[in-house]
Ligand binder design. Structure first.
Ligand code: CMX
Length: 132
């Protein structure tokens, strides 16, 4: 893995939590966008050497809505930045890791993303993320 690119944090409402990040913690807002393929609205926060990705469910269909209903708000995933995501996926699959999709999919910021099942990673949802 090249580095940790960002940490995903599930929230019920970006608008409600944003002042905590930007004013109380003093971390700048980088951008807000909708990721329809994942049913989420996301806000990227600049936390110095890493980004925080606030994830707000857009409806009741997606993984983040289910996560909040079951476990409440909080840390949702850790995203590794990688080169050549399809090769990394194949290597992981060959090593017995369960991936949540056959191929990488479009994610926030135009990146290609793929997820490792938390059952394969001792309870942590990891994302692979390749910037285009
Ligand atoms: N971190 C750790 N464990 C998690 C988890 C998470 N984020 N989400 C679910 N789990 C655990 C659950 O606690 C549950 O464990 P137990 O069986 O021990 O109770 C197990 O995984 C199954 O969870 P579930 O609630 O039944 O949910 P599903 O199996 O339907 O879905 C998962 C789980 C990981 C397959 C689904 O959340 C998924 O496909 N995630 C990848 C996509 C995603 O998260 N997209 C949102 C982010 C998008 C972005 O970054 O832009």
């Amino acid at each position: 893995m090249k580095k940790v690119d960002h940490i995903g944090i599930a929230v019920r409402s970006i608008n409600e939590v944003l002042p905590y990040y930007t004013e109380t913690l003093g971390c700048p807002l980088l951008k807000i966008e909708e990721v329809e393929s994942q049913n989420v609205r996301v806000a990227f926060i600049d936390a110095g050497n890493i980004k925080l990705e606030l994830l707000e469910p857009m409806d009741r269909a997606g993984a983040v809505y289910k996560f909040i209903e079951k476990r409440g708000e909080g840390i949702h995933h850790i995203a590794f930045g990688v080169d050549d995501i399809e090769s990394r996926m194949k290597e992981l699959r060959d090593n017995g890791v369960q991936l949540l999709s056959e191929h990488a999919n479009p994610g926030a910021g135009g990146a290609l993303v793929a997820f490792l099942h938390p059952k394969s990673s001792n309870g942590v949802l990891y994302e692979l993320c390749e910037k285009q």
